[in-house]
Design a protein around this ligand. Sequence first.
Ligand code: UD1
Length: 420
Amino acid sequence: MDSLLIKGGVPLHGEVSVSGAKNAVLPIMAATLLTPEKCVIRHVPDLTDVGFMAKILASLGARVSVDGDTVTVQAAKLKPVGDYELIRKMRGSICILGPLLGRQRQATVSLPGGCIIGTRPIDLHLKGMRDLGASVTVEGGYVNVRARRLIGCDLFLGGRAGPTVLGTANVMMAAVLAEGVTTIESAACEPEVVDLAYFLNKMGAKILGAGSPTITVTGVKQLHGVEHEVIPDRIEAATFAIAAAATDGEVILHGARPDHMHAVLDKLKEAGVKVVRKGLTLTVTRGGRLKPVDVTTLPYSGFPTDVQAQMMVLMALTPGLGIITERIFESRFMHVSELARLGAEIAIEGPSAIVKGGRKLSGAPVMASDLRASAALVIAGLAAQGTTQVNRIYHLDRGYEKIDQKLRGLGARIQRIAQE
Ligand code: UD1
């Protein structure tokens, strides 16, 4: 398994382009299953998760080709089941369930894997599909959904932690080919859901309200092929912005969508980070002394859980008490013990992490536990004195396009070490 060797203490300087959003491209790739016609997706990031999704679509009978950042899919004919081993490896693969149910009126998908950040149920996805008229059974680790007819209805998708992003995507994709009108209440408002709805509408779907908690889908008989460019990755952009502030550097981010990043940019400002916006370009520097802040993760447009770990590193470098409360996933503090190995002082109290910031961080070998935790460890390694080895970086490659290369372009001393 590869690891990253980081010689820290070097401020990041330079310019970097934001890649396409992982969380937008995965459901969009799944949505191509809804039509037998060819779909072309552009600005696709080069990630192992995208490679997995391409293989899953191919295992279902679709023709998939990748040319640079363009993925072309044509699902002329579909097989009823895909490669379970592949599907098991990636949480995002659950979003093939909705399109398969919509187009074929049946799907069998293994319960998904992915990051270990608490139990990741799919009860809300299944509830939505049941409401549309599907029968759902879970057997031997597989979910079977079947429907003779899918009938539009009013359904509620709110859960304990609020709306579900992929659940909304899944139900929306099943509903586009249902009969009649489906209204999804407590829908996720994330920009990635909006991008998917935009893609589906270009295919001929009739979706209104995406980006708000009420989405209305009027079913259509069939969908057609389209071309689409995926939105920029707001989580990657936030990660680079925090890395710039953490290392006291200056980074210019091109091709960002600051309108998708209000909560993060607002918190960074409160923490004393200067972000200058000019169109789709963000210039990030430390404005002066960093200040501790309280952060609570919430569904969009609140502070994203996917930026919680990175923000914690910034707080670890900021003198004073920072408080980070995680409201979306219950076990998303696995990075805390690894950050402690670098010298950070962080105590967990229920859903909150109390960060006694301002301790000197020094390099150490650390273990990446999930995608965003890995990004946090990289930022901490860049800010720490000495050498940090981040092990198990396959998590990073799932969600950050060429992160080591991009960071090297900003002056970081970071090297990938291939291990058997
Ligand atoms: C997506 C993102 C992930 C992000 C998360 C929250 C993708 C590929 N992944 O994951 O990066 O961290 O949104 O912004 O887009 N829940 C249930 N029942 C369900 C589904 C979810 O109780 O059926 C709960 C989850 O346990 C969690 C909360 O709802 O507490 C939100 O999860 P959800 O929005 O579904 O996350 P994902 O869509 O899996």
